[in-house]
Design a protein. Structure first.
Lengths: 274, 574
């Protein structure tokens, strides 16, 4: 197998590309629609071995500040593919080498191969995950989203739909395919704690059900069942509970395997406001 | 000798209140000038002149804050009591200093006779009117682009002796600055930033020497603590935190691992003038997460060392975490306190809440372990033996170890209140990491972690790290923070205040039984030091990562705390 096919380059044509990672994990990406190509230019440009090397280097050098999700530093989302101070790979390598003087980003004497590994991972960290992912037809997925899958009864996309569940307009930019697949198959297990539904009982007995947006020691911020932003003082609540079970059913209850692959393909097209 | 003055136009000076004609005024001014000069030359100390004697007796002048931890015993306890539980409802903002920097604000300011000396991140120094926040001068140091501190371009403050301030920089310099003029007097190189060394701590002055330790435990450095002549900047001594060949303790390293074994010293030590010993916490061994590359106990990593401040010679050591696989730096501030023993004498104690999750009480005369217990959930050790050595219980591969890599506590200054007899610490509770060691070859200037701390919750979820934004994205699933009050007689918790997010704030206690602290959520809150009850709080809108401190000017007590990128100062109204 030619090296450049180790990771699936998103094309306008290919229906199936199967790849075997050097780690022995199969990655199956089924390609179905031209729109999927948006923002995917980097996948396939980088060698799998470099990406895996980059994963290790990222863990040892970058993770403390940027976190596994790549978005722990304010104003910096490594998974976005857009960097404030570098656009080309060469510029990105230079930035990794020199750091940003006067900031927490230190210089580092990376070798050329390490820089290649890190850039390979940074450029693909949004798109790859070392687990099996199947993508279907995003057009069919779009129909399933509003129809049989009933996603649109709770989720909002591009200004349409309710706000009670997280807005998915840019979910394809901020989650990997594998993470989204896990969310579809196991909503409770993969629900981010911050998104947990909460129930708050005010001193007058009024119950506010909503989704948690933020919480600190003294207060909690929610979007309530009437889509109002509410900030509640915990000391004024009679009761407050966060549910660990997601209100979203597993996709397998509503959709078959092929339909889930279609839905996943659709979700990955959601890139937010370009 | 001159000093900065905090007189204000609306407060007429003695000179200004007397009427002279123009000629007389000139004559008087000359006479006054000569008198002032003579007075300055003959009398010691002048205002703003911080002698070693004053440092020794810092507790006698609570209106000032003369060292990083408020005094040589490092208990961060103020005897000022003007602000007390009965008037907290009147506490109001006095002034704000906004830093021209977006780096974390971890510094504790010094205050000397109405002047505040503060480091603005990363290595600038400002002298401010401590009453109003107006800036007298600003000294700017631009660190070399070679500087590579592992975990943020931070600085924790200054030291002062006489009228000289001492600044340690992230590019490895120690700089003496004229406290009146704001100009550098000398600059010496302590360490090579290109090899991963950095200075992030506030120096400690003892007698005529300035003592600093190096950071760089994530870069395979060989750590050391240095002393420099305060007048000239010449090196007086160096204590290597990893003993070289032939020195006691060297046998705790195998092969050449000692040469790249880390053992930094990146927080300010303490000093006992009676024993004439200075105590310093030592950082993790390197590579951080792969002990297989450095078999042995790895002295003096993760230890406290007691040094002769004149020579740097080691008097004793106590190691908290032998052969550490978890990056449990033991650089926490040594808090010194005395209690009567049963024979009419005094027990000289050292209190230490360690990053490894255990609280220790040591005899600081000998380093002997007296008692200890875990203050947060731990599973890397089942307890401490009679000598204080942990009984290690390594978790299987892939399992979560508690506490995680940032520890049960970290650089956050604790406090001890003689008033309550309690020790207070900021803690991370129920927070863990999955440690994944990996062989790594050392290369100069490169991070030398020997693996990575993996997220127990899998991809897509965050765990607390060094930074956070406005939204708490980890929540209770990944642990929380707490202020914990520990009774040093038993090592048991007296009370705890749980918080939603983990905390990086230091703690200050006062003679009025108040406890001042903050958290990453941006709250500055005041607790009852006896009970932990929250008495007052203010949302300051940014992470609090330094230790609150207190001072007094013109009979008015102030509390200063940095949050986000600003320093906030509170006081009672007139």
């Amino acid at each position: 197998m030619p090296k450049h096919t180790q990771f699936a380059r998103i094309t306008h044509t290919g229906p199936v590309i199967s790849v075997l990672l050097t780690g022995g994990i199969a990655l199956l990406i089924l390609i179905g629609n031209p729109s999927r190509a948006v923002g995917q230019d980097h996948v396939g440009q980088y060698e799998q071995a470099d990406i895996e090397f980059g994963v290790r280097l990222y863990g040892a050098n970058c993770l403390r500040c940027h976190a596994e999700t790549g978005d722990a530093v304010a104003g910096v989302d490594l998974r976005s593919g857009a960097y404030n101070r570098a656009s080309s790979d060469r510029e990105l390598m230079e930035l990794l080498r020199t750091g940003i003087p006067g900031t927490a980003m230190p210089p580092n004497n990376f070798s050329d191969s390490e820089l290649t590994g890190l850039v390979s991972y940074l450029r693909t960290m949004r798109d790859i995950d070392l687990s099996a992912v199947a993508l279907g037809d995003n057009t069919r997925g779009s129909v399933l989203f509003t129809g049989k899958g009933a996603c649109a009864t709770c989720h909002r996309v591009n200004g349409l739909g309710p706000r009670t569940a997280p807005d998915l307009s840019d979910i394809g930019s901020i989650r990997t395919a594998a993470t989204l697949q896990r969310s579809l198959l196991d909503p409770t297990g993969s629900m981010l704690p911050i998104n947990r539904p909460v129930s708050a009982t005010l001193s007058d007995g009024t119950v506010i059900n909503g989704r948690r947006l933020n919480e600190d020691t003294y207060t909690i911020q929610v979007i309530d069942q009437d889509e109002r932003l509410r900030s509640l003082d915990k000391s004024e609540l009679r009761e407050l509970s966060a549910l660990t079970e997601s209100p979203m059913p597993p996709a397998t209850e509503l959709l078959d395997t092929e339909e889930i692959a279609d839905l996943l393909a659709y979700l990955l097209t959601l890139k937010g406001l370009e | 000798m001159t000093a900065l003055s905090t007189e204000h136009p609306d407060q007429p000076s003695t000179l200004g209140s007397t009427h002279f004609n123009h000629r007389e005024r000139i004559v008087m001014t000359r006479q006054t000038l000569i008198t002032m000069l003579l007075a300055g030359l003959l009398s010691t100390p002048a205002a703003g002149q911080v002698t070693f004697e004053r440092l020794l007796n810092a507790d006698q002048e609570p209106q000032n804050w003369l060292t990083y931890s408020g005094g040589y015993s490092s208990n961060r306890h103020t005897t000022l009591d003007q602000i007390h539980p009965g008037n907290l409802d009147q506490l109001e903002l006095a002034w704000i200093f906004q830093a021209n920097s977006l780096e974390a604000f971890q510094a504790t300011p010094l205050v000397v006779d109405g002047i505040m000396y503060l480091t603005e991140p990363v290595n600038n120094v400002v002298a401010l009117d401590a009453k109003r926040g107006n800036v007298f001068w600003k000294y700017e140091h631009t660190p070399s682009a070679e500087a590579r501190p592992c975990c943020g371009a931070v600085n924790r403050g200054l030291a002062i002796l006489d009228q000289t301030l001492f600044l340690a920089t992230i590019d490895g310099h120690l700089i003496a600055i004229d406290a009146v003029a704001g100009k550098p007097l000398w600059k010496t190189t302590v360490a090579d930033p290109a090899a991963g060394y950095a200075l992030t701590l506030a120096p400690l002055v003892i007698k005529d020497k300035v003592i600093v330790g190096v950071a760089g435990g994530e870069y395979g450095i060989r750590g050391y603590i240095d002393a420099y002549d305060a007048n000239t900047g010449e090196q007086a001594w160096r204590f290597y935190t990893i003993p070289g060949p032939g020195d006691p303790g060297h046998e705790t390293w195998e092969n050449d691992a000692w040469m790249t074994g880390g053992a930094s010293a990146w927080l300010t030590g303490s000093y006992d003038p009676d024993l004439d010993l200075t105590y310093w916490g030592i950082g993790n061994p390197g590579p951080d997460l792969n002990p297989a590359q450095r078999p042995g106990d790895n002295l003096y990593s993760d230890s406290v060392v007691a040094l002769d401040p004149d020579t740097g010679e080691l008097e004793w050591h106590f190691q908290f975490t032998p052969n550490d696989p978890y990056d449990y730096d033991s650089v926490q501030i040594p808090v010194l306190m005395d209690v009567p023993d049963n024979r009419g004498g005094t027990l000289r104690l050292m209190l230490w809440a360690n990053r490894n999750g255990f609280f220790y009480v040591l005899d600081r005369e000998t380093g002997r372990f007296l008692n200890g217990d875990n203050f947060v959930p731990v599973n890397w050790a089942s307890g401490l033996d009679d000598n204080g050595r942990p009984v290690q219980t390594p978790q299987p591969p892939g399992a979560t170890t508690f506490p995680g890599i940032q520890g049960g506590t970290n650089w956050y200054s604790p406090s001890y209140s003689p008033q309550t007899g309690l020790f207070y610490v900021s803690a991370w509770e129920a927070y863990g990491s999955v440690f994944e060691p990996q062989d790594q070859e050392y290369q100069v200037g490169r991070t030398f972690m020997g693996g990575r701390p993996a997220n127990p919750f899998g991809a897509g979820a965050n765990v607390p790290g060094l930074r956070r934004g406005h939204v708490n994205t980890w929540t209770e699933a990944a642990g929380g923070g707490a202020v914990i009050a520990i009774d040093p007689r038993t090592s048991q918790q007296r009370w705890r205040l749980p918080m939603s997010d983990v905390t990086s704030s230091g703690i200050l206690t006062s003679a009025s039984n108040l406890l001042f602290t903050g958290n990453r959520e941006g709250y500055f809150h005041i607790l009852d030091a006896e009970t932990g009850n929250i008495l007052w709080r203010k949302a300051l809108g940014g992470m609090i990562a330094n230790g609150p401190m207190s001072y007094m000017v013109d009979d008015k007590q102030y509390i200063a705390v940095a949050a986000g990128h600003s320093m906030f100062v509170f006081a009672l109204p007139h």
